[in-house]
Design a protein around this ligand. Structure first.
Ligand code: DC
Length: 221
C-alpha cells in the first residue's frame, strides 16, 4: 500500500514549496494538481473558449490531454504532449484555472490521473480537494493556510524575483477573489477535511512548516 500525504489550502499559502520539500526529504513523489488545472486553463485561453458556454467547454475538453512527467525530480505538466510547465504560472492562467475548476467535466477529467498517481506512488499531493475528495483515505492530511496579506506578499515577492511587474493590491484582490471562487463552488470546494491538521503558516518559516509536517508523518508511520 502507498502512503499519501494530502495538502490543501488557499492560493499562495505555500503549499507547493512545502509539498515539494516534504516530498524530497521523504523520497516521495510530489504531485502538483494545481498545475494540471492551470494546463487546462492555458488551453482554454489559447483556444478562446467562452467557459460560460458548456458546449464550447465540452468541445475544448475533448481536445485536451493532460499528463505529467518528471525531469530532475521536478513535475512537468504536459498539455497534448507539450511541456507547458514554464507557461502556466501567470495570474491570468491561475484565474482561468480557478474558473474552469468549478466545472464538473474539468474536474472529472483530472480525477483518475490524480488517484492513479497516489495508488502507485507514495505521494505528497497538493491542491484544493485532495483530502476531502481525491484521496479521502490519505494517511496524513494538512490544511495549510496563511493570512491574505501574507499570501499576497509572498506572491508579490515571487513575481518581483522573476522580474514580472505587478501590483500588491491587485494581487491581494485576486487572491481574495480566487479564495471565494475556490471555496464556494458547488463541486469539490476548498475546505478543511475533518481529519486534516490545520496549519497557519503566517508566522512560520518554510523550514518550520516542513519540520512540523514531517513530525506528523513520523508520529503516524
Ligand atoms: O494551486 P494553484 O494556484 O496552482 O491552482 C490553480 C487553480 O486550480 C486554483 O485556484 C483552483 C484550481 N484547483 C482546484 O480546483 N483543485 C485542485 N486540486 C487544485 C487546483
Amino acid at each position: 500500500m502507498t502512503y499519501n500525504i494530502a495538502i490543501d489550502g488557499p492560493a499562495g499559502a505555500g503549499k507547493s514549496t512545502i509539498a515539494r520539500r516534504v516530498a524530497k526529504e521523504l523520497s516521495f513523489v510530489y504531485v502538483d494538481t494545481g498545475a494540471m488545472y492551470r494546463a487546462i486553463g492555458l488551453f482554454l485561453i489559447r483556444n478562446n473558449t467562452d467557459i460560460r458556454d458548456m458546449e464550447q467547454v465540452k468541445k475544448a475538453l475533448s481536445k485536451v490531454s493532460i499528463s505529467i512527467a518528471y525531469k530532475d525530480g521536478e513535475q512537468q505538466v504536459m498539455l497534448n504532449g507539450e511541456n507547458v510547465s514554464g507557461l502556466i504560472r501567470t495570474e491570468a492562467v491561475g484565474n482561468m484555472a480557478s474558473a474552469a475548476a468549478a466545472i464538473p467535466s474539468v474536474r472529472e477529467k483530472l480525477l483518475d490521473l490524480q488517484r492513479k498517481l497516489a495508488q502507485t506512488n507514495n505521494v505528497v499531493m497538493d491542491g484544493r480537494d485532495i483530502g476531502t475528495n481525491i484521496l479521502p483515505d490519505a494517511q496524513l492530511k494538512i490544511y495549510l493556510t496563511a493570512s491574505a496579506d501574507t499570501r499576497a506578499q509572498r506572491r508579490y515577492d515571487e513575481l518581483c524575483k522573476k522580474g514580472i511587474a505587478c501590483d500588491f493590491l491587485e494581487i491581494k484582490e485576486d487572491i481574495i477573489k480566487r479564495d471565494d471562487q475556490d471555496m464556494h463552488r458547488a463541486i469539490a470546494p476548498l475546505s478543511q477535511a475533518e481529519d486534516a491538521v490545520y496549519l497557519d503558516s503566517s508566522e512560520m518559516t518554510i523550514d518550520e512548516v516542513t519540520k512540523k509536517i514531517k513530525s506528523f508523518y513520523k508520529e503516524q508511520a
